[in-house]
Design a protein around this ligand. Structure first.
Ligand SMILES: Cc1ncc(COP(=O)(O)O)c(C=O)c1O
Length: 454
């Protein structure tokens, strides 16, 4: 990087989730161009993007159809808002398309710009719903330790990463967290998966009962936790959790921001994990990151209460300047067309099987890999001191971050995720030989790192 740009970056640009000291030491990687599964920095160095941007560039980079849809829309009408019964054609058609392509009884679609703001919308919808039902006390929300739901003032309460709360006066009252379904890390010695699920379900029920069922409104969960370390719950976890939620009339919000649009080898994460949601949050894959867009999908159950409120709530008093931005929704159509035309959900399912096999083959009995987790085209390994004793490394050694950095230096982008995980989540168009490279580089970097630790 030229000295100018490096200094400008360090002195002006506050990066999200970036360690100050690390950045000062290593500088930023300034990306410039991208095609397929590869990105290039300003020095012409090429990287295989093993994380699809931030778990989002599902169709891969450089798709001219999406670029053209964005440019055409910008030329015809770059913007007009959707307040006060204003509308634009791509947004109307996208709301309708999403209703048709999802398996749930969706009544309305509310557009936002990020997963975070869509989750904020869900919180407000839940509060509105219970207020209209005459139970204003039913407003507490439960999510999970290490869950990730975003960073706006509402969503960051749902997020269960301690670092997101530290020194920011979070979480606010009324937001509670229960344990994550991370069998390898959280199950007591000798506990079967079934016993572990029972324990988590019991914890959920105890929490609801302790708080008072009349005060608990909703439960938010990612089908598979992404940023928390790609945590795939044991068999039967969600159906059992939902039984308790139904018993106490607690809504289920499925955060499909990463899992939606085919990532888990099924069109929706809820289908892969046996969830029947009341509200669904989508973002990322809806445009593959080509333009910012998210949506709150509202089922009949919730919508009918709002609709029947009549004069009490004559309008939804919520909205952003860019809700239903025509450039974003035009990008979404072009992206979804590609997914359909190239049957990318099937391709992700197929390549996903290969990714999971390769990782398990390479790391299944590695002495420093605690677990290989994943489903579909998302996976992670846990870097541990000892596989047998489950002894983790001292967090101060920053093993996952160092593995990520070593892989980056070898031209592969992965991501440190969760307590000790390093994750992969490539675009759906990734080829098998590229998966071989991702896995081989991960192995080489891990072995080098472990030699260094000895
Ligand atoms: C499951 C999940 N929900 C919500 C979000 C927040 O989305 P955004 O960063 O677009 O606000 C993310 C982001 O990674 C996510 O993974």
């Amino acid at each position: 990087m030229s000295q100018d740009l490096r200094e400008m970056d360090l002195e002006s640009f506050l990066h999200p989730y970036t360690n100050f000291q690390d950045q000062a030491e290593h500088g930023s990687v300034v990306m410039k161009s991208a095609h397929g599964v590869r990105v290039q920095d300003i020095h012409g160095r090429e990287y295989i993007d093993g994380l699809a941007g931030l778990w989002c560039v599902d169709v891969g980079y450089g798709r001219q159809e999406i670029a053209s849809a964005i440019a055409d829309q910008a030329r015809e009408m770059a913007f007009f808002h959707t307040f006060f019964a204003m509308a634009n054609e791509p947004s109307i058609r996208l709301a309708d398309r999403l209703k048709r392509m999802t398996p749930w009884p969706i009544a309305r679609v509310f557009f936002g710009l990020s997963g975070s703001d869509a989750n904020d919308t869900q919180i407000k919808l839940i509060w509105l719903y219970n207020n209209l039902l005459g139970r204003p006390e039913k407003r507490k929300i439960i999510s999970r330790h290490m869950g990730y739901h975003g960073i706006t003032l509402g969503a960051s309460n749902l997020t269960g990463l301690p670092a997101v709360h530290a020194k920011m006066n979070l979480p606010l009252d009324g937001f509670l967290h229960v344990g994550m379904p991370h069998y390898y890390r959280e199950a007591e010695s000798g506990m079967s998966e079934t016993q572990f699920v029972d324990k988590l379900v019991d914890e959920l029920e105890q929490t609801i009962v302790r708080e008072g069922p009349d005060t608990v409104a909703a439960f938010f969960a990612e089908p598979v936790m992404g940023a928390g370390g790609v945590i795939v719950p044991p068999e039967g976890y969600f159906p059992a959790m939902q039984e308790v939620l139904r018993k106490y009339d607690v809504l289920f919000v499925a955060d499909e921001v990463i899992c939606g649009f085919g990532r888990l080898g099924k069109p929706w994460g809820c289908q892969a994990l046996g969830i029947e949601p009341d509200l669904v949050t989508i973002a990322k894959g809806v445009t593959s990151g080509y333009a910012p867009l998210s949506a709150s999908l509202i089922t009949e159950k919730i919508w009918s209460v709002i609709e029947e409120a009549g004069d009490e709530v004559p309008q939804f008093n919520h909205g952003q300047t860019y809700s239903g931005h025509p450039i974003s929704t035009a990008a979404a159509h072009a992206n979804l067309d590609i997914m359909e035309d190239e049957t990318l959900f099937d391709r992700a399912a197929d390549t996903g099987v290969y990714l999971q096999e390769r990782l398990r083959k390479e790391f299944g009995d590695h002495p420093h890999v605690g677990g290989v987790r994943g489903i579909g085209l998302i996976a992670a390994i846990d870097v541990v001191q000892s596989r047998e004793t489950r002894q983790p490394f001292d967090p101060a050694r920053k093993l996952p971050l160092r593995l990520y950095r070593r892989m980056l230096n070898k031209g592969v982008i992965a991501r440190a995720a969760g307590v000790s995980g390093v994750a992969l989540c490539p675009p759906y168009i990734v080829e098998r030989d590229e998966i071989d490279t991702l896995v081989a580089v991960m192995r080489e970097a891990l072995d080098e790192l472990m030699d260094e630790e000895r």
